[in-house]
Write a protein that binds this ligand. Sequence first.
Ligand code: ATP
Length: 326
Amino acid sequence: MGKITNIGILTSGGDSPGMNAAIRAVVRAGIYHGFKVFGIRHGYNGMIYNQIKELKSHDVANTIQRGGTFLKTARSKEFMTPEGMEIAYNNLKLNKIDALVIIGGDGSFRGALEFSNKYDIPCIGIPGTIDNDIFGTDDTIGYDTAINTVIEAVDKIRDTASSHERLFFIEVMGRDAGFIALRAGIACGAEAILIPEVETPIETLKEHLENGFKRKKSSNIILVAEGEKAGGAFEIAKAVEKDFKDYSVRVTVLGHIQRGGSPSAYDRFLASRLGVAAVEALMEDQRSIMVGTQNQQVVYVPFSKSVKAHKPIDPKLLELIEILNV
Ligand code: ATP
């Protein structure tokens, strides 16, 4: 591998609030350390279709507070083929790009790992996804903002739920992981959470609700991660409803509002820190790693680990929900 002079940066997979702050940090840290930084639009597709343009410091002005990603993002089927990867590599060479920073989820890192195994391009990943489901980092960029969005919505639903004495099932994002439901559930005082990692028999849930009714709770909020095995909030509500005829049951699916919005202070801070760390990792000749944080410290985690290992749910946090609903 020769000396790096030009760094390419892209956002890939699902967008998350704070991606812009991370792009800004990579651009500015790159320039600070004497590199040129090139923005690649539409994820890996931008490498295939040569949508590559140099970014100067002023190009990232006024972006730290904006949600989404100004580079746009995409899922690229073509990049998953050897032909697509070869075109992508040739376009990087054409633009004299000799290193890549990829902001995205574990799928995007899997792509980066394959690419850097095949071609001599060091790749550094920055974890950007609202799901927080990437092994090796305590937090991912966008997770904190998404949770804040969820609790704001749930607080509003709680007002109407308690006025009408209703039982609400609120579906939040998390196809494969319950991190949003878990932390937001604790933060908004949910009566229960249902997540893909833990099987909750419907009878257990009914017993739990029964106890709540006996204690004359005026409202019940159950957060359901979309990947919950019983089939999502509507299915679970249907199964519960027939045994609680006196109680009116409602379902709300929060959907894509969880992806948007101005990033929280924490996500801006994390994105800024990891963006700078990604450039420093390249200067230290790192390749095929993700920069993340563990116990407040920046860490380097090999892609081979971050894409394979499963990030576990802390069982202590599940217990917390139970304790707080005594
Ligand atoms: P999110 O967690 O928000 O869904 P993600 O990064 O996991 O984000 P994916 O759709 O899984 O999102 O992956 C993003 C892109 O990464 C894919 O569309 C594809 O272009 C690329 N990619 C994923 N896996 C591979 C692979 N094995 N080989 C090449 N490219 C891949």
